[in-house]
Design a protein around this ligand. Structure first.
Ligand code: ZN
Ligand code: ZN
Length: 270
């Protein structure tokens, strides 16, 4: 996280805004005006200009920049009012008490820089995490438009907010199930005579589901028991893999199981 504290860019070290112990969460804003991409060394000038315009606003009577944090296109987080300060940006006193506010330096649609770069999304996420860690912000993440009549923070940013404000590129592939070969072999030896309960190893069900997907085991027999039906089905898989005779005995081996895992999405460990 690249955080610039108030005193580091020329603001009084602490905000005069009212102290607040915690909030339900964070609301995301954008400028909603014309705004063009610029060099990073000009970003803090812009944040100071926002603060100056807020302080000059006699209608709202702001005591400070309205936002708790401002995030530039390069992902830097500028401390606004900061954590534990009541926001001035969410629309009403009640809404300002309910959530913190984080503003992206982002234009209205068609007004210049109107698509948040990945770095900025990371920065907004950094600001949210920071307000949670230092300002007791709750889990809620919303947009200015939630509960207030405004289009802020614009459709692009709001779509991202609605998806839970995920870090760009952070979507990991779904975890593959893992099947332990030695435990599976033990189950194949132990389970047949037990014919019922209890299931000796959970990975059996993963393998049975794969055999079912291969058309070798009926769905009703995917029961977590490596019984005689599963032995028969696995033998058929071994034959499909080119094994015969004693090598196709229905007891899983490393090669045939790995091939089944590659075909049906599980990882084999010894
Ligand atoms: Zn807003
Ligand atoms: Zn910047």
């Amino acid at each position: 996280m690249d955080l610039v504290r108030r005193s580091q860019y020329g603001l009084p070290a602490s905000s005069p805004a009212a102290h607040i112990a915690s909030t339900g969460g964070v609301k995301v804003h954008y400028l909603g005006s014309e705004y063009s991409s610029r060099r990073h060394d000009l970003c803090d000038d812009y944040v100071r200009a926002i603060r100056a315009s807020h302080l000059a606003n006699t209608v709202e009577d702001y005591v400070d920049i309205a936002y708790n944090a401002v995030v530039c296109e390069h992902g830097t987080v500028y401390e606004g009012r900061g954590p534990n300060r009541r926001s001035g940006a969410n629309g009403t006193a009640a809404l300002n008490t309910k959530d913190y506010s984080v503003c992206a330096l982002l234009a209205k649609a068609g007004g210049g820089l109107d698509t948040p770069p990945d770095a900025q999304l990371h920065g907004i996420r950094d600001a949210i995490d920071w307000l949670r860690a230092e300002g007791e912000a709750g889990d809620y993440i919303g947009g200015h438009r939630d509960g207030h009549a405004t289009t802020c923070p614009g459709d692009k940013l709001y779509d991202w907010v609605r998806r839970g404000a995920p870090r760009p590129g952070a979507t990991p592939p779904p975890a593959r199930p893992v099947v332990d070969l030695s435990r599976l072999i033990s189950a194949a030896h132990v389970d047949p005579p037990k014919g019922g309960t209890p299931v000796s190893y959970g990975g059996v069900r993963t393998v049975e589901a794969a055999l079912n997907a291969e058309g070798l085991l009926a769905g009703g027999l995917v029961d977590g028991h490596f019984g005689t039906s599963t032995i028969t089905a696995y033998r058929a898989w071994q034959k499909r893999c080119g094994y015969s005779g004693a090598d196709a005995d229905g007891i899983p081996g490393k090669t045939s199981l790995t091939r089944l895992g590659q075909a049906r999405g599980f990882t084999v460990i010894d």
